[in-house]
Design a protein around this ligand. Structure first.
Ligand SMILES: Nc1ncnc2c1ncn2[C@@H]1O[C@H](COP(=O)(O)OP(=O)(O)OP(=O)(O)O)[C@@H](O)[C@H]1O
Length: 607
């Protein structure tokens, strides 16, 4: 059953900060998920599990022997005033403690090793899998929700593997051991006490169910708050520019108060748990002392047995309580596992054929043959577009916003698969070749140049990490980036933060040119920045472009007239259709859409 978690109380406000991804999951126990999780344990099972099980049995036995030793000591050493026996018994008691301590220490050590390894493997698997997923996957999910699955849900499994599973086994072994001992010590009294178990278990699991749901709600509210924080920080510049701080604060205040309210409710429920469990435990003790005294009066039981019984009862409630708790933990883990596996089961829409071939070093001929594409059903983004591009040619893609320019680029890189027609590189349909061998020969320079946190040097070498310092500097020089890099405090070693916000737009562009040049791809794709930059940088960028494009097949989503003019071929798109194709002069002469575009949109860019 899936319930929609309570919405943050932002009704009546603008529809902002709406995070609907998380839902409360209240499911029945599902062995399928547990079995699937258990497969992650397999690599370690042979090696470490036997040690853990041995330690678990030894530790539990040592723990259970202790009340029996006390009982034996009371009935034999104390009642008969046997000092020698008493000393022996104390020594045995001491040894039992030591054995129990060693067994427990080793058990904790090895379970932690297994637990951490499993979580490591799971995170690794999940991350490498989502890296292989196609753009479509990212189109339909907010980054925050992906992040939460890799961090929070995997973390929630950590407890289960680090302690839960082994503790559950210990508790079950302990419980069986205690039941046998109680019934052996005194069958009637043992039975009377065991009768309270179902009540205890019922109260424990029922209350825990409510507590679990309350904590899940707390987690959901918290992850919403985190998503809001993430979005607010990312969008801080826009917020400040539009002076929306107060409005933002209101959203935050509401989410924060909502979070506190939910948390308080969970804590209140939580606090009810122990008293209720203690009351049920107290009923057990009352039965023990009342019925136990009666049995001693009838000579059916010794005082030592009664003392042993009272120790065992304490040992008895603990595992029952913990098994209830464990059941809750398992249900939570199942819910987390289900969400994690949902991602792991997600198949890349753009998939490689089993017999996909490695593309050899290409010349760079590209052919689009009647390409049809839609991101969403019945909303075509490209309608039967054909293009024939020879190696070394530069193509400028122009057209109004939403006309399909970026879509052509997405299809050439095979970020999406065509719905109809085909894209061919050097005569190969790109669906028949490995994705890696295709993309490794394509260089992409996007408008929003992504700068990773690290040094300038590592950012240039992003596409070819093995490049030498000389090669990096040479690439930077070729695109005229060397000069500004040398003016930075630490030159090529200057640290830039994520997204490179300390660099200007033009500097980021030059850096990304250097990155592309160093990678030396046969095909270059360039989404030209729309923002106007100063004339000096503009000139530098034009110079850099010439170097970058030389000898490569290139597609440029072009905004600058200077770039368009120098292109070998201009392709004009409109509503997903190729409307015109030709050189600048040809198209101007034709006086069609391109002519109109130049007249209106690009006039002010003329240099
Ligand atoms: N990820 C997506 N999911 C759904 N629809 C999309 C997606 N990306 C683009 N579209 C739609 O596909 C059409 C073509 O978009 P595309 O990005 O190719 O246009 P464009 O010419 O590059 O525009 P711009 O110049 O504004 O970047 C548009 O109608 C757009 O709304």
């Amino acid at each position: 059953m899936k319930q929609q978690a309570g919405q943050a109380s932002t009704e009546g406000k603008q529809e902002r900060f709406v995070y609907q991804d998380d839902t409360l999951i209240d499911k029945k126990f599902d062995w399928k998920q547990i079995r699937r999780l258990a497969t992650y344990m397999k690599p370690y099972a042979k090696q470490l599990l036997p040690i853990i099980i041995i330690m678990m049995i030894v530790g539990t036995l040592a723990k259970l022997i202790y009340p029996l030793i006390v009982s034996y000591t009371i009935d034999n050493a104390l009642e008969k005033h046997d000092l020698k026996l008493l000393i022996w018994m104390v020594a045995i008691l001491f040894i039992t403690y030591i054995v129990q301590w060693i067994a427990n220490t080793l058990k904790i050590k090895y379970t932690n090793i297994i637990g951490n390894n499993i979580i490591y493997d799971l995170r690794h698997h999940l991350f490498s899998h989502i890296q292989s997923l196609s753009f479509r996957f990212y189109d339909t999910r907010p980054a925050g929700s992906i992040l939460v699955r890799i961090t929070n849900y995997v973390n929630s499994l950590q407890d289960l593997f680090a302690n839960g599973v082994v503790n559950l086994m210990i508790d079950i072994v302990q419980l069986i051991g205690i039941v046998i001992i109680l019934l052996t010590l005194n069958f009637k009294l043992g039975l009377a006490i065991i009768c309270t178990v179902p009540i205890m278990f019922f109260v424990s699991t029922n209350l825990r169910k409510h507590i679990r749901l309350a904590w899940q709600l707390v987690n959901i509210k918290q992850s919403r708050l985190n998503s809001h924080l993430n979005e607010s920080i990312q969008g801080m510049r826009v917020t400040q520019a539009y002076t929306q701080e107060q409005e933002n604060m209101k959203f935050f205040y509401e989410m924060n108060s909502d979070n506190r309210k939910t948390w308080r409710k969970a804590v209140k429920l939580n606090n009810m748990f122990n008293p209720i469990i203690e009351i049920t435990g107290a009923i057990g003790y009352c039965i023990l002392f009342w019925y136990g005294s009666h049995l001693i009066g009838l000579d059916e039981m010794s005082v030592g047995d009664l003392v042993a019984f009272s120790s065992f009862i304490a040992f008895f409630w603990d595992p029952i309580n913990r098994i209830g708790q464990m059941y809750t933990q398992l249900l939570l883990a199942m819910a987390s596992a289900e969400r994690i596996f949902e991602f792991i089961d997600e198949q890349p829409v753009v998939d490689e054929k089993d017999d996909a071939i490695e593309l050899p070093t290409i010349k760079g001929d590209i052919k689009l043959d009647n390409v049809v594409f839609e991101y969403e059903k019945d909303r075509p983004a490209l309608r039967a577009v054909s293009l024939d591009v020879k190696s070394g040619q530069s193509i400028a893609l122009v057209g109004h916003t939403g006309s399909g320019k970026s879509t052509i680029i997405n299809l050439i890189c095979r970020f999406y698969d065509v719905v109809g027609g085909s894209v061919r590189v050097d005569g190969h349909d790109i669906r028949d070749i490995t994705i890696n061998s295709l993309r490794s020969q394509i260089g992409i320079v996007l408008q929003d140049t992504f700068i990773f946190s690290g040094t300038i040097k590592s950012n240039i070498a992003f596409g070819r990490p093995t490049a030498t310092d000389e090669e990096i500097i040479e690439a930077a020089k070729a695109v005229h980036a060397h000069e500004f890099i040398m003016s930075l405090p630490d030159g090529y070693e200057t640290e830039v933060e994520e997204r490179g916000s300390v660099l200007s737009m033009g500097q980021r562009q030059l850096l990304s040119f250097a990155r592309a040049l160093l990678a030396n791809p046969r095909i270059l794709i360039l989404d030209e920045a729309t923002a106007s930059i100063d004339t000096e940088t503009e000139l530098k960028i034009q110079e850099a472009l010439k170097t970058l494009l030389k000898g490569r097949t290139s597609f440029i989503v072009a905004h600058r007239l200077s770039t368009i003019r120098h292109a070998d071929k201009i392709v004009v798109l409109d509503h997903g259709r190729k409307m015109e194709e030709g050189s600048h002069d040809e198209l101007i002469k034709h006086q069609g859409i391109y002519y109109g575009l130049i007249q209106s949109q690009y006039r002010f860019l003329e240099m």
